[in-house]
Design a protein around this ligand. Structure first.
Ligand code: ZN
Ligand code: ZN
Length: 622
């Protein structure tokens, strides 16, 4: 027996009994289909198409066999049959051979809706989203009417590409032909709007649905979460729980936990946890992992570890999330211990795990451990370090004051350094007052990220520390010329089941007067205790006393004042900030933690800072 399947497909060949076991091995249903046709004379196009569909659906079938079958079809002269042609398109798309599928499609003498739909969904499944949209456009040009199958393929592609224009066109079509479409098309449209920053359009569609199903709710909640509008996302979740027609599922819960983590809404996260426990989602490994992530991001590492330990099953993602959580809190030793524990359980680390553990080492200044783990990547796991691993190492070495070694590593990277690596070197130069190298780092970073205002601010701060005011002015001039704007600082604090948000210099809060009075009081008290403001991080060229005032209006200070006015005494203050701490706010928060004898936990754009009795867990390096 020669092992070729194609000979069995020739309709005129009878099957020899000695080949039966071999055919049975391929797949019994394929065999049954085939023999029936083979014994009954030449295949008709319908039989041929059905056979191809069977072939396409077989799990273990190989591309090679598909091609041979295709050859047989050509020999039989059935290729130009539309049913057979569509089956061939589907087969090639399934095998990921989009080029051959396209060639066949372009050659087809007649196409029907199935041909178009097969091409569009095939492109989407193979990740060629732009091609999918271009075929859809072509379809409009040759005036083929799409159906809901077309839309259910093309709309997710629009969502992924944030293709608002096409989404709106489809929406228009749906309105004109509304009787033909069911809820899934509307849900897919909501997804397009939510992904293309036209969330109001998504919300309008959502509100128009009379009976909203779980997918509509999930699309809308995750739309707001992805956009960072957590208050709206959590508000919708609360509303959803009151609805009788729908019950939150695991996807809802994972989205809600992600939203809580974004702004460190611990109380809300705990309510969500209780809901999860009551409704039996707690055993789900993905939900469990999301809970671990939520607790670390909300600053409650203890709860995070408890959930992690109670999980009945843990995978690589769960471990990576736990390790990253330790890193975020500067608990490097625990991160390294967990990494070893994970390996002990026989779970192989991947690149993401290495990023988590190396970043934990850098946040905690664990030089030896970091070096060893970085080496292990290659020696034990044959993984080549990627740019993010180098970035952690440059950060780690730089933090330890080994700036030259960090620079050496950076210059000998196997991959092209990106702006993050140079920015890590720049940070290290700022801490260790290395102006010369900081200029090199900044110049390189500017090329890779010309609009990165943070880089300019870092360089200007370095010059300011050295009192090189001309250079400070030069950097400011560049920023002005380029028209770069700093993202406004914004801090969140959760109080009484609602989220209070403060922008820098915010005067919109109902307690504004009391908040500013409290800040004034704190300023006087800290000055009496010997605090001297460090105005070097103020990027504007104004008088010294104005700079000082500007610092006192930074969003985290407003949030702290609000907390001191409202939270019961002794209660830990938890704040989330969108940007990195400035040097002076870090000093002030340390002093306030001592002055009022309170623990203050702040998550900035990079990590957690636990302030206690006048010092911070980050060891003043962030
Ligand atoms: Zn500040
Ligand atoms: Zn800190």
């Amino acid at each position: 027996m020669n092992g070729s399947y194609s000979q069995f497909l020739k309709p005129h060949i009878k099957i020899h009994p000695q080949n039966l076991p071999f055919l049975l091995q391929i797949n019994s249903s394929f065999y049954t289909q085939f023999t029936r046709h083979a014994f009954n004379g030449p295949l008709t196009s319908l039989q041929c198409g059905a056979l191809l569909q069977k072939l396409t659906n077989l799990k273990s079938i190989k591309m090679e066999i598909g091609r041979k079958v295709h050859c047989e079809i050509v020999i039989c002269g059935l290729e130009s049959d539309i049913y057979v042609g569509n089956s061939l398109l589907a087969m090639y798309m399934k095998f990921g051979d989009v080029r051959t599928a396209r060639k066949l499609f372009d050659k087809m003498p007649v196409c029907d809706l199935t041909s178009w739909n097969t091409m569009i969904s095939g492109y989407v499944k193979n990740g060629e989203l732009r091609e999918a949209l271009s075929v859809f456009d072509l379809m409009g040009k040759v005036r083929v009417r799409p159906d809901y199958v077309t839309f259910l393929s093309v709309l997710p592609a629009c969502a992924d590409l944030a293709a608002l224009k096409q989404g709106k066109e489809i929406h228009g079509y749906v309105i004109r032909n509304s009787t033909e479409f069911d809820g899934s098309v509307i849900n897919a449209l909501i997804d397009v709007y939510c992904s293309s920053s036209y969330i109001a359009g998504g919300r309008q569609l959502f509100e128009e649905i009379v009976v909203k199903d779980i997918i509509s709710w999930n699309s809308m909640i995750s739309g707001y979460t992805r956009r960072g509008d957590v208050a709206e996302s959590l508000g919708l979740f609360s509303r959803m729980k009151l609805e009788e027609s729908v019950v939150p599922d695991r996807v809802t819960m994972m989205t809600v936990l992600g939203a809580c983590g974004q702004i460190a809404a611990l109380q809300f996260g705990m309510c969500a946890h209780a809901y999860i426990a009551r409704n039996g989602f707690a055993r789900d490994i993905m939900v469990g992992t999301s809970l671990v992530d939520m607790y670390t991001k909300c600053g409650s590492l203890g709860c995070s570890r408890q959930v992690f330990d109670e999980m009945s099953e843990r995978n690589l993602v769960s471990w990576s999330v736990m390790i990253a959580g330790y890193g975020l809190h500067g608990r490097g030793r625990e991160a390294v211990a967990s990494f070893k524990e994970m390996k002990g359980e026989g779970i192989l680390p991947d690149e993401v795990t290495f990023t988590s553990v190396l970043s934990a080492c850098s946040h905690a200044g664990l030089l030896d451990e970091g070096r060893e783990i970085f080496l292990q990547m290659r020696t034990e796991y044959t993984l080549s370090p990627k740019v993010e691993h180098y970035s952690c190492m440059v950060d780690l070495l730089g933090r330890a004051g080994l700036i030259d070694e960090a620079y050496e590593l950076l210059r000998n990277m196997e991959v092209e350094p990106n702006a993050d690596v140079w920015a890590a070197l720049l940070s290290a130069c700022r801490v260790h007052h290395n102006v010369k190298l900081s200029e090199i780092a900044a110049q390189n970073a500017f090329v890779l990220r010309p609009e990165g205002i943070g880089l300019y601010i870092s360089l200007s701060n370095i010059y300011a520390m050295e009192k090189r005011w001309d250079d400070v002015e030069m950097v400011r001039a560049i920023v002005r010329r380029k028209g770069l704007k700093k993202e406004p600082g914004c801090s969140f604090i959760e109080f009484n089941k609602s989220i209070h948000r403060f922008l820098v210099g915010d005067k919109s809060h109902c307690q504004t007067e009391d908040i500013y009075a409290k800040l004034e009081e704190l300023s006087v008290q800290l000055k009496e205790a010997g605090y001297i403001p460090d105005t070097s991080s103020v990027f504007y060229d104004v008088e010294e006393d104005v700079k000082e005032k500007m610092l006192w209006h930074h969003s985290e200070r407003l949030a702290i004042a609000f907390a001191l006015l409202n939270l019961p005494s002794g209660m830990t203050i938890r704040i989330t900030k969108n940007l990195r701490f400035c040097g002076d706010c870090h000093t002030v928060t340390k002093l306030i933690s001592k002055l009022v004898s309170r623990e203050i936990i702040v998550r900035d754009a990079r990590r957690f800072h636990h302030f206690n009795d006048g010092s911070c867990s980050c060891g003043d390096y962030w």
